[in-house]
Structures are given as C-alpha cells and as structure tokens.
Write a protein that binds this ligand. Structure first.
Ligand SMILES: Nc1ncnc2c1ncn2[C@@H]1O[C@H](COP(=O)(O)OP(=O)(O)OP(=O)(O)O)[C@@H](O)[C@H]1O
Ligand SMILES: [Mg+2]
Length: 421
C-alpha cells in the first residue's frame, strides 16, 4: 500500500517530510513481527501510528490490546500483563489471565513504557527474547505469540542513563525506533490538520465550516503547540463550537491558545520565516536553524529566569538577557522578502490546560531535556552562535539581535570561545 493510501485509511493527516518518513517506516515494518518503539511528545500521534502498524500487519484480524503502563498501579502491573494464580498476592482471589495471554496472535501496544517498574521490565524482556512467560505465583512456563509495539513520551535512552530503565530491554525494544517529531518542527502539517479537524467538527456539530483569516493562519503557524496534534484538534473543536462568525481571526482564537492570550504575550510563539515564492531546501534549512536558535534562546532565558529567582545574576542590566521586546525583520542577502521575526518570551508561559482526553502537564525538568541533541548548553550555544554568524555573513549586530542577546554579550562570548581554543 502506498503512503497516501495508508494516510487515507488510518486518517493520518500531514505532508511534512518528517511525517512522510514516519509513514515510510511504518510501511517497512508493519508486515513483520519486529518490535517497534514509538517515541514522541504527548499528542503527536503515537497511538495512531501504533494502530496503523497493527492494521497493516498480518495480525490485523486479531486483537490490538492497548495497555497504559503508566495507569496501572505498580503492584498490579505484572499480574495485569502476565496473569496470576489464585493467592499469588493479597487480593488475588481467583486465577486470571493477563493481557499477553489474551492477545495471543495479536498485537500489544505498551503505552508509556517508560513507566514500567523494574520487576515487570524483567518479565517483559523475557517474553521479548523467548516468547515465554509465567503467571505471577506460577511456575508453569507458557508461550505466547504477541507482537509488541511500545510508546513513550520520554527519552528512553536518557531513562537508561538515569538508571530507571533496563538497558537490555531498551535495546530489545528499540530494534525499530519511530520518532514522531513535535508539531512545531513540522509546521507544514498544521494547516492540513486544522482543515481536516474543522471539517470533522463542522460535520459533528452540524455547523458551517469556519474560514480562517490570514492573521489567524499566521498565528497558528507560529504557535508552539506544546500539546501537539491533540491540542490542535481541541482548538479546532473550540473554533467550530464557540466562535460565532464564519470568518475567524487571530483575535478570535487567541483565547484558546496558551501563552498568546494577548498580542503582547508571545511566550509560546515561534519566529516565523516569511516566504514568498521561494520554497527551496535552503529556505527550509534556514527556517530550521531559526527555530533551533529560538528554542535555544527560550531555553537559555528560562534558565536565566530561574537563576534570577534565586538571586542577583551577574550582568543583570537592561542590555542583557532577556532581550528587548521588539519585532525585528531582517532582509537576508540574496533573498527577497524573507523576514525573521524575533519575539519576546518572558517566563515560560506554560500552564496546565484541561483537555477532554487527558490533562496535559509537562514537568519543568522535561522541558530542559527536550533539546537534548546538544551535549552541553555551552556547546550548543557556541554551535548556534557560529551558525548564526555564518547565516548573517558575520554581521554581529544581526546575530546578537536574532539570538536575543546584546552585542556586548556576543563579543564577550566570542572572546570566551577564542580563549577556549
Ligand atoms: N497526523 C495526524 N493526523 C490526524 N490525527 C492525528 C495525527 N496525529 C495525531 N492525531 C490525533 O491527535 C490525537 C492525539 O493522538 P495520539 O493519542 O495518537 O497521541 P499520543 O502521542 O499517543 O499522545 P499521548 O502521549 O498523550 O498518549 C488523537 O485524536 C489522534 O487521532
Ligand atoms: Mg497515547
């Protein structure tokens, strides 16, 4: 089945390269029994992808069992998964079969696998390696034929390093790793997804399909989408249900987005690269760089705010972090009309938001881990400063403003880099 048919069949919307890669991966592995680990932030579509893997496999007429490892009490998880003999533990009044036995010949989707306690991890490893398990409190070895798809919104490799997840199990699970990037890194998917959801909800509520004004689209494209596709779906529902006018403006939708409730509040906005006709690989690369710069800058600023809470920070003058509230648009040499908007980001703007399906709440420490591609902040900073300088042909003023630091700070940093060499 080709990519388009798969998307159509499972309702997977999007046209970004990142999503296409995910679907290609699904195509490659679906027909096999290989264990798959799906990694992605909350709301990126891990369950949808797991369903597609099962639905495209030879097991599709057998059961697809979803087990949320984070929702089962720690003391019960082994018996839930593998079953228990009568009297195996307090409260085990009768013999019960576990999800593995019930899913024989089917697929088990182990959601939030990072939450699995150590004892259950050992049993799981054994099933993966031998297809064998025992019920809790039993000695009889049983065999089962189950395909495992696991998912996590944590960085499991990091959990391994932190000693919370077994390394051997990690390697076993991640034979095939499917990474679903957050929505903010695949902004091409935003409008197609929105269109689909608006149509869906218009049908559901028997209301006319809302039309978005240009400024509304721009806002949605710049929004950081901390809750990813799930959040977008909820916003689409609110637009359809709560907004009266058929034409929806940025002003109308601000109340439904976090951290952008007023025009001044930009804490959840990303810089946007305006494109005219150009859609070259170059432009896309530049956009990625801008976004990386922005994310780093936000991260540095969050740390700076944290430090400030704890006491005076060296260089805490008006010229230092955080940068001035301003909009700057740059013309980049050789490109017509490509402007970079740099925006203010005070605090982190994260709030707890009620969602019908699940309360979305990202712990702060995970935020810092999100961009773990760089070994240390210093290295990342150096790398990005170097790249930004290159992008702006060595223009320090533009580089400093893009990074949201004063030129003085930039000079100081460049000097530090030189001294380090
Ligand atoms: N590419 C997509 N196209 C259409 N709908 C999508 C897409 N990605 C996600 N969704 C929808 O967004 C919602 C959230 O997706 P899903 O439950 O699969 O996310 P998740 O990664 O499992 O989240 P969590 O980590 O919170 O469990 C679902 O309603 C799903 O159908
Ligand atoms: Mg899920």
């Amino acid at each position: 089945m080709d990519r388009e048919s798969i998307q159509e069949r499972f309702g997977i919307v999007g046209r970004s390269m990142a999503l296409r890669n995910v679907i290609d991966r699904v195509r490659q592995v679906a027909g096999t029994d290989i264990t798959v680990l799906i990694q992605g932030e909350s709301g990126t579509g891990k369950e949808l992808i797991a369903e597609a893997i099962h639905g495209l496999s030879a097991r599709r007429h057998q059961s697809f069992t979803i087990v949320n490892c984070g929702a089962i009490p720690e003391g019960l998880i082994e018996s839930e998964l593998f079953g228990a003999e009568k009297g195996a533990y307090t409260g085990a009044v009768e013999r019960r079969t576990g999800y593995f036995e019930q899913s024989d010949r089917g697929t088990i989707f182990l959601d939030e696998i990072g939450e699995m306690p150590p004892a259950a991890q050992i049993r799981l490893l054994r099933v993966l390696e031998t297809g064998q398990f025992t019920r809790v409190g039993a000695s009889q070895v049983r065999k089962v034929d189950v395909r495992i798809v696991a998912a996590t919104n944590k960085d499991l490799a990091h959990e391994v390093r932190a000693g919370r997840f077994r390394e051997d199990l990690y390697y076993r699970l991640s034979t095939v790793l499917v990474e679903i990037p957050p929505l903010r890194q695949r902004s091409e998917d935003i409008l197609p997804l929105l269109k689909t959801f608006l149509h869906r909800f218009a049908q559901k509520y028997d209301s006319p399909v809302k039309h978005l004004s240009d400024d509304a689209r721009e806002l949605l494209l710049r929004y950081r989408w901390p809750g990813n596709v799930r959040e977008l779906r909820n916003v689409a529902e609110q637009i359809e249900v709560l907004i009266r006018d058929k034409e929806v403006t940025a002003r109308d939708i601000r109340p439904y987005l976090r951290g952008v409730r007023t025009e001044q509040d930009r804490s959840e906005l990303l810089p946007v690269v305006r494109k005219t006709s150009e859609d070259s690989a170059d432009a896309r690369e530049r956009e990625l760089i801008y976004r990386a710069l922005f994310e780093l800058r936000s991260q540095v600023r969050r740390m700076w705010e944290e430090m400030k809470k704890r006491g005076p920070v060296p260089g805490d003058g008006p010229d230092e972090y955080p940068p001035l509230i301003e909009d700057v648009a740059y013309e980049i040499e050789g490109d017509e009309d490509i402007g970079l908007r740099s925006s203010e980001n005070v605090g982190n703007g994260r709030q707890k938001v009620q969602e019908p399906e699940k309360a979305h709440d990202e712990p702060e420490e995970e935020v810092a881990e999100e961009k773990e591609t760089f070994p240390t902040l210093e290295d990342a900073e150096r790398e990005l400063i170097t790249r930004a300088l290159k992008t702006f042909n060595g223009n320090r003023r533009q580089t400093a403003r893009t990074l949201g630091i004063s030129e003085r700070t930039l000079y100081r940093k460049l000097k530090e880099f030189e001294e380090d060499l």
